[in-house]
Design a protein around this ligand. Structure first.
Ligand SMILES: [Zn+2]
Length: 151
């Protein structure tokens, strides 16, 4: 176990599990990337990108005295994580099982038997040919969107 946060971060980065920091508007309007990367104020709400230092000599337009960013998003790079999954031979075998080891008996037993899976195979034949293709699913447990669980 790593003894510090910094040590844990070093281990994860060396394994290709790093993340990218992106500055964001504190009101969640924009991410400061692409065309907004050099901006110091949000073009929609006008809030400063950086924490403003209170001092008599600082003017509001002085960017040289800027503080740390008000909000930072940590973007987990997904491709290096997927590559990391395939670094272990046993995991690779499990990840390619849908293409290499599955018994296709016509019954609906696995996600790979579903019509959605087959539709993706039909729409993207090059993707299907690659046994290392990965499909992401989203599921929830305990979500109660309308609050009617007890009624
Ligand atoms: Zn904003």
């Amino acid at each position: 176990m790593p003894k510090s946060y910094y040590q844990a971060k070093e281990i994860l980065c060396s394994m290709g599990m790093e993340y990218k920091k992106i500055h964001a508007c504190p009101n969640d309007c924009i991410l400061y990337k692409h065309e907004f990367e050099e901006m110091h104020k949000c073009p929609r709400c006008g809030v400063s990108r950086y924490k403003v230092k209170d001092c008599d000599e600082c003017s509001s337009d002085d960017n040289s005295k800027k503080g740390p960013p008000t909000k930072v998003v940590r973007y987990l790079l997904i491709v290096p994580r997927f590559k990391r999954l395939f670094a272990n031979g046993d995991d690779t075998k499990d990840l390619t099982w849908h293409a290499n080891g599955r018994n296709c008996d016509g019954m609906l037993c696995y996600p790979a038997d579903s019509s959605q899976w087959k539709k993706i195979d039909h729409l993207y034949p090059d993707f299907r040919k690659e046994a290392r293709n990965i499909r992401l699913g989203l599921s929830t447990d305990g979500m109660n969107p309308f609050g009617s669980l007890r009624t």
